[in-house]
Write a protein that binds this ligand. Sequence first.
Ligand code: NAI
Length: 338
Amino acid sequence: YPSVRQMEESSVLRRANCRAKGGAPGFKVAILGAAGGIGQPLAMLMKMNPLVSVLHLYDVVNAPGVTADISHMDTGAVVRGFLGQPQLESALTGMDLVIIPAGVPRKPGMTRDDLFNINAGIVRTLCEGIAKCCPNAIVNLISNPVNSTVPIAAEVFKKAGTYDPKRLLGVTMLDVVRANTFVAEVLGLDPREVDVPVVGGHSGVTILPLLSQVKPPCSFTPEETQYLTNRIQNGGTEVVEAKAGAGSATLSMAYAAVKFADACLRGLRGDAGVVECTFVASQVTELPFFATKVRLGRSGAEEIYQLGPLNEYERVGLEKAKKELAGSIAKGISFIRK
Ligand code: NAI
């Protein structure tokens, strides 16, 4: 049997051949926290993505089991597993895209901010590894509280001298996925036809759906606007409560993470017009980070779109969102600076 190393080398050769023939390149992707509730379905879906040639699965537990399981899928990507801190550098070396769903999830009654103390340290360690081993990789940060973990990652990269704001992207895609679903229900449409921009951040009132900018163009009554905004802002809590102590959203999150990662890879490949919402370093507001639509390209978030016209309800929501976001961002920054 070929060793895992030989398989990986042959995959790299395949990728080179493919490039030489002018075909689509394959990318190297690492998932950190790959054995978790999000990590496992995310690993499975990335193994199915034709843009991925090499998939590295890293966790502090159970990475070999998940890797053996996923590696039997007859799709193109070669899968390698990495267990524990001593293997972090090997997991990261040469990666084009690193997806981070590592950390603890919420239980009923918890806010995302209650996760800060544990997840902040995990994100710091993983980002130190990225700065050392794959400083040019695009980073998709899923670990909560995203409003603070993205500033933490930025500070780690700044300290290491590798910070490129275009490449550090907080994953807010699940809010967009939920918004598309709930709005489609109200409008009686197929969710695939609906596009709802969701801006701000990824927690409570910082999740700001712009219902006045929904495509296809439509209008909502004040009651519908109130209902939809509340449901989109509390979609995560809806799942946490239904799971009753067994964690937070994992399957819809894995779907959303793959949707976003695929957009990043298409951007890296050079596709035109790849536009998604993400929490990113931004000058759209006075805050250093803010989620808006961005255009993804070869160097990450290449263009950050303005908010566009807001109605009165959204302007009030924006002020509330900015107030809470400012605190969460400051908390993340001071975690590293202090
Ligand atoms: P989980 O507990 O099922 O899995 C987390 C995994 O991370 C575990 O396998 C654990 O061993 C691993 N891990 C812990 N410390 C690690 C370290 N130092 N290095 C590498 N891996 C490590 O949790 P789940 O449900 O997968 O959630 C993961 C994170 O994603 C949580 O912080 C959660 O709040 C967040 N999340 C984010 C969402 C978003 O929209 N951005 C939506 C849903 C969850």
